[in-house]
Design a protein around this ligand. Structure first.
Ligand SMILES: [Zn+2]
Ligand SMILES: [Zn+2]
Length: 362
């Protein structure tokens, strides 16, 4: 198959012929139809987050089941599916607790030993977040495969796998935003726009979107923002105070991944407000918060990994909300790229040109 392989960080990925090992018991091979280009891919292309090269990036995918290993009854070849990324061992403390987004399999767990699956001669190539979607095919455990209804386009399905799941889950599962709230959203990329539309969906009264690019703030308005702040020339904390009669926001979502914006999100809260760290901050970044003020104001700061989602439960409900016209997902797709244009897709993401760019396959 063809795959885009990252051999050196910050260097162009190489689109080349590689070998994918066949699925074993409990696994599904999927022909990829659409794969979103996410900031997490970009971060691993750009910086050291612990992923090991060479690597096939991409983790936001929909496709068609191509082959199944022994014991897989859930799907058959030809079925349309959305993929969840990462591991869900089903046996660790967190999986048993119903928090599979925190899955911590033991180091000798079989699901970790199944890699590398992609080979170039005698050199193994890693699969990002146990997916590796910038390729024609991938192999995942059947537990990470969720059926995609016939009437939902592959592009929409792919977005459900990360951008929608992370943003929707941050609002609905992690923060549990209440109707009538004031919600601040810092960063209006693919995930941030889904935080905005999920906040609108659950009945937030005011949604204040923050970005440094006016085109992103235009997107934010289309997805339900009631107020916009351009942080390149406006002070976020004082604007939020002014918009809320001096109180501050009930919830503040940081979807940028910078310590300063996390601090600004926290400082923009009312007493008892909740700040949610959704973005992927640089390794080693630290926050400066006033713990005395934290105690006196009963403010909360929390993180959320992958929107605290349980794919088997949450993917179908996001897909149903899309089918009911309550989540705008087609509108997120702003540009399509062929696999050979993968490096241009990363450039467009970094330049802030797209709500979501997608790699599409014939
Ligand atoms: Zn992602
Ligand atoms: Zn687990």
């Amino acid at each position: 198959m063809k795959a885009a392989v990252l051999y050196e960080r910050r260097a162009p990925m190489v689109v080349e012929e590689v070998e994918l090992k066949p699925p074993v018991a409990g696994e599904v091979r999927v022909r990829i139809m659409a794969a979103g280009v996410c900031h997490s891919d970009y971060h691993h292309w750009n910086s050291e987050y612990g992923s090991i090269l060479p690597l096939v990036l991409g983790h936001e995918v929909a496709g068609v089941v191509d082959a199944v290993g022994d014991g897989v009854a859930k799907v058959r070849p030809g079925d349309r599916v959305v993929l969840a990324f990462g591991h869900r061992c089903g046996e660790c403390f967190y999986c048993l607790k119903g928090e599979p987004y925190l899955c911590a399999p033991p180091a000798d767990a079989p699901l970790l030993k199944r890699f590398p699956r992609i080979w170039k001669g005698d050199r193994g190539i890693n699969s990002f977040l146990a997916v590796g979607a910038f390729a024609q095919y991938t192999i995942v455990p059947a537990t990470n495969v969720i059926p995609l209804p016939e009437d939902v386009p592959f592009e929409v399905g792919a977005l459900v796998g990360c951008a929608v799941a992370t943003g929707f889950g941050a609002v609905v599962n992690a923060a549990k935003v209440q109707p009538g709230s004031t919600v601040l959203v810092m960063g209006c990329g693919g995930v941030g726009l889904n935080v905005i539309q999920a906040a609108a969906l659950v009945g937030a009264a005011r949604i204040i979107a923050v970005d440094i690019r006016d085109n992103k703030l235009k997107y934010a308005e289309q997805f339900g923002a009631t107020h916009c702040i351009n942080a390149s020339h406006e002070d976020v904390v004082s604007r939020v105070r002014a918009l809320t009669g001096g109180f501050g926001a009930d919830y503040a979502f940081e979807v940028i991944s910078h310590p300063k914006t996390i601090e600004h999100a926290y400082e923009s809260l009312r007493k008892g407000g909740v700040a949610v760290v959704v973005g992927m901050a640089p390794v080693g970044a630290m926050l400066t918060l006033d713990p005395l003020a934290m105690m006196r104001t009963s403010r909360v700061i929390m993180g959320t990994a992958y929107g605290n989602i349980r794919p088997a439960v949450d993917f179908p409900r996001m897909l149903e909300l899309y089918r009911a016209g309550k989540l705008k997902l087609k509108e997120l797709v702003s540009r399509r790229f062929g696999l050979t244009e993968i490096n241009d897709a990363f450039r467009a993401l970094d330049a802030g040109e797209v709500a979501r760019g997608l790699v599409v396959f014939d």
